[in-house]
Each structure stands twice: as C-alpha cells, then as structure tokens.
Design a protein around this ligand. Sequence first.
Ligand SMILES: *Cc1c(COP(=O)(O)O)cnc(C)c1O
Length: 380
Amino acid sequence: MQLNFDPKTVPSPSYVVDEKLLIKNLELLKSVIDRTGCKILLAQKGFSMYSVYPLIGQYLNGVTSSGVFEAKLGYEEMGKEVHTYAPAFSETDFDEILTYSDHIVFNTFDQWRLFKDKVKNHPKPIECGIRINPEYSEIEVDMYNPCFTHSRFGVTLENFEPDELEGITGLHFHTMCEQNSDTLARTIQVVDEKFGTYLKGLKWINFGGGHHITRPDYDIESLIESILFMKNKYGLDVYLEPGEAIALNTGFLVTTVLDTMQNEMPIAIVDTSASCHMPDVLEMPYRPEIVGAGAANEKAITYRLGGPTCLAGDVIGDYSFDKPLQPGDTLVFTDMAHYTMVKNNTFNGMNLPAIVLNTAEDGPKVIKEFGYTDFKERLS
Ligand SMILES: *Cc1c(COP(=O)(O)O)cnc(C)c1O
C-alpha cells in the first residue's frame, strides 16, 4: 500500500487517513452512481470520521445509521440523506430519529405498527421500509452472517405480512460481508423469487452493505447489472449502503516499538493495542499488514507483536522483519480506517490513537488527540 506521508511526523499511536486514497474510492463509487442512477450511502457503523463527511458528501448521497446517535451525526456533519435502521427502536429514541431521518427501516411488522402513526403525523415526509431476511447468504462465520439460524435481522417470507404494506415504500436486505458482486447477483435472484410480488407496488429497494466495491478484484460490471435488473424489472430506486468499501485501504495505524524481549521467540511490545485500537484483529479475526514486514519466517527475524495492556491475548500477530527491531522504531499497519476508530475503547486506561488526515496539499494534519479526560469521562 502506498504511503504518502512520513510516519515519523505523526503522533504515536495514530490513525492516519489518506485523503487521496479516500477520494480514489469515492470516485469509483460515484461512477457506479453515475452509470446506474442508484444511490450510495455511507454506513457509519464502519467509518464515522466525520471530519471527512463534507468530502464524502461531494460524492455519495448520504449516510445510513443504526440508531439516533449515528442519525444525528450524519444529519449534522453531512447534511444529505439520512437513513436509519435498527433491530428495534425504543420509544425514547424514536421522536429524535424522526427529526433526522429521511428513510426509516423497520425490522419487524410489529415495530412498523408501533411507530407508524408517529411517522404519519410527522411534518416531514419519511419513507418507511421493512428489512427482509431472504434466508440466503454466503457467509461462513455466524458472527457476520445476518441469515444464520434464528437470526434476529429482518422478516422471513414466512413471517411477511402483505396486508400491512400500506405506507411502506421499500424493502431492505443486508446479507453480505466483504463480498463480490457474484454473491449479490445470486442474492438478488433469491430476493426476486421470494419477494418479487411485493416489490411491484414499491418505490425503492436497499441492497444493504457488505459490497467490497473498492477492492481491486471487484467486478463492477456485474454490480451494475444487478442494480439495473431491479430498476428495470420493478421500476425501483436502488440504494447501496457500504461501510467498509468507502474506507477500504485508505488508512494506517502508526505505532512505535516500546520494548523487545525473548520467550522462546523474539517479542516486541508496541504502543498500540489489538484489544483497544484494532479490536477486529481479535474478533474477526483479521491480520493487518505492516509496511515493509512479512509473514512469520518470511524475512530474517520474526517477532510476536503485542500491545501494552495486561490482557494476555492482546497479541497482534507474528511478523518478520529484515533486521532486529529496536525501541523507538516506527511500524505502520495498513487498512486501518474502517472498523477501527468506530470500535476502539480505553480498556486498561489505554489512550486512544490520535486521528490524522493526510492531504496532498498540506501533508498529515492532526484532527484530534485524546487524553486522560476521554478515559475518565466514560466512567464514574
Ligand atoms: C454493517 C451494515 C452495513 C455496512 O456493512 P459493510 O460490511 O461495512 O459494508 C450496511 N447496512 C447495515 C444494515 C449494516 O448492518
């Protein structure tokens, strides 16, 4: 991955998002919008670096949110379309959700019945949809499979209530994770077979997220065919709401070696934690690359990299280097923009990495630094 900045010039640890790389992704997504007339939303769950929302808003149509906080953030910081879906809305949050949202997607018909009068009585027109579970997905890990047995996400065909569609203008499905457009094409076929009759009277369909559109081997042409299929067959507006694809390969986590030691193999302790700063490394699990390093045993010397917390499992992985690591050495993890800042935490009193934006004009600029107050404010 291209490193357009000197990692020694940014705070350690810090997440550095590269504007040029982000724009490259946004341009590709915009080309899909331009070629199909679909709308693409940023799924804030994956990437909520709101200092770049104005930039993202120049290319995409708005945001999707999983609740009132994300809806408010998208409304305030991007100011374009705001879509909101949650497995269940609380009465407490719903009034505020109404004020920020243009689209609201309900997970069950019971939720739709509970809130439909509030939607109707709201001064602003709001499009309402139902999330369906087509019971088709190609994800093997249950943790990331919205269609696994007894999934709570969306209404299955058996539980669909066609008599309750008055006021509903669209259907939403989200059944993919980091997948290519061949998976989408097969999913669309199932959605068409199972829910086609209900799509006839509707205005829009939302294909959810999990589309790895900006990955180098992604087949854009087949994505375009799937979008046009739904547009042409049912006259629907098509929405996509990727999170990961927007920030894929646009960010880095810069870290410093604090110490090295031996326990039957060389170990290095760095100033960033898997558990606090890149939790997907433990949850997914996922192995980030390090610029200039190799897999275990590929280069001269292999280290096990661990974080500074007291969690035994706070291990990032085994990486090999051309020469021994020294305290003070800088290491740069790649692809650290999405599902990092949105998931980090201050467990064990860890500070949060600074957030840096690297622009072509000005180089790396620190957008935000964190400290003791951020740790303390979450506790009482
Ligand atoms: C997580 C999520 C997304 C975004 O998924 P990515 O894998 O980041 O593209 C979109 N829509 C819904 C409903 C989600 O839960």
